[in-house]
Design a protein around this ligand. Structure first.
Ligand SMILES: C[S@@+](CC[C@H](N)C(=O)[O-])C[C@H]1O[C@@H](n2cnc3c(N)ncnc32)[C@H](O)[C@@H]1O
Length: 233
């Protein structure tokens, strides 16, 4: 579902700054390139910024195997050093998937990302959703942990998570206009995998169900993750 939304964003990039249809994409914390390589396979140029040399080595292998090494650049660094590695205002699209949960200052991170985008550029942001972890702990029988997480979202060393309102507000403060908020993995993490694997057609039906609830706001508090598309005006 995230990929579907991202393809829509990439298809909507106007003729990129150099006059062709190639978008300039930065994948912050892109890790081993699960998204970056697929973006490059569509013909776009992707720079992956990640502090992990192991992840960048795996990215290089993956890009080679997919014949897109000429379009994918891995740079060791992090958000704090972003403008030592890429010019400000240069990106048509920035991906920030699974990173805002672990940086020291999410608000500062989003301001940096806004500065990396050209005016009119788009951010694809994937973050953990706060309430899902309470449900997950309760479903696993850890009722005490679930109770503690109700009042303290960081109880037990749980990484930072956001409600839809919180992340929308932080994005607004960083100068973004949020265009879509999607619920990601509302049911997938709650269903025993044996049910999905054994029942013929169950996996497809689950995907269809996830797609059907993704843009229903009442399901946002149940989603494991939130996927937001936001534009730098
Ligand atoms: C949960 S993984 C997400 C990987 C990938 N974006 C994905 O969606 O599969 C988080 C990644 O962020 C990287 N990371 C950690 N701190 C970072 C920072 N301050 N700036 C940029 N990347 C960071 C990690 O090395 C790791 O590859």
């Amino acid at each position: 579902m995230v990929w579907d939304a991202l393809q829509g964003v990439l298809a909507a990039v106007p003729d990129a700054s150099d006059g062709d249809k190639t978008a300039s994409v930065i994948d912050i914390g892109g890790g081993t390139g699960g998204f970056a390589v697929r973006v490059a396979e569509l013909g776009h140029r992707v720079t992956v910024i990640d502090p992990s040399p192991d992840a960048l080595a795996a990215l290089g292998r993956r890009a080679d195997e997919s014949d897109v090494a000429d379009l994918v650049t891995g740079q060791q660094g992090d958000l704090a050093s972003l403008f030592d590695l890429v010019p400000e205002g240069s990106a048509d699209v920035v991906l920030c998937h699974g990173v805002l949960e672990i940086v020291d200052d999410p608000a500062a991170a989003l301001r940096t990302i806004a500065a990396a985008l050209r005016p009119g550029g788009t951010l694809s942001l994937l973050v953990g959703q706060r309430h899902a972890v309470v449900v997950a702990r309760a479903m696993a029988g850890h009722f005490g942990q679930a109770r503690a997480l109700l009042d303290d979202p960081a109880a037990g060393g749980v990484t930072r998570r956001f409600t839809a309102d919180e992340i929308t507000s932080v994005l607004g403060d960083a100068g973004f206009e949020v265009s879509t908020v999607h619920a990601v993995r509302v049911f997938a993490d709650l269903v025993p995998s044996s049910l999905v694997d054994l029942e013929p057609g169950a996996a497809d039906a689950l995907v269809e169900l996830e797609q059907a609830v993704a843009d229903r706001p009442e399901y946002l508090p149940l989603a494991t993750q939130l996927h937001l598309i936001a534009v730098r005006p």
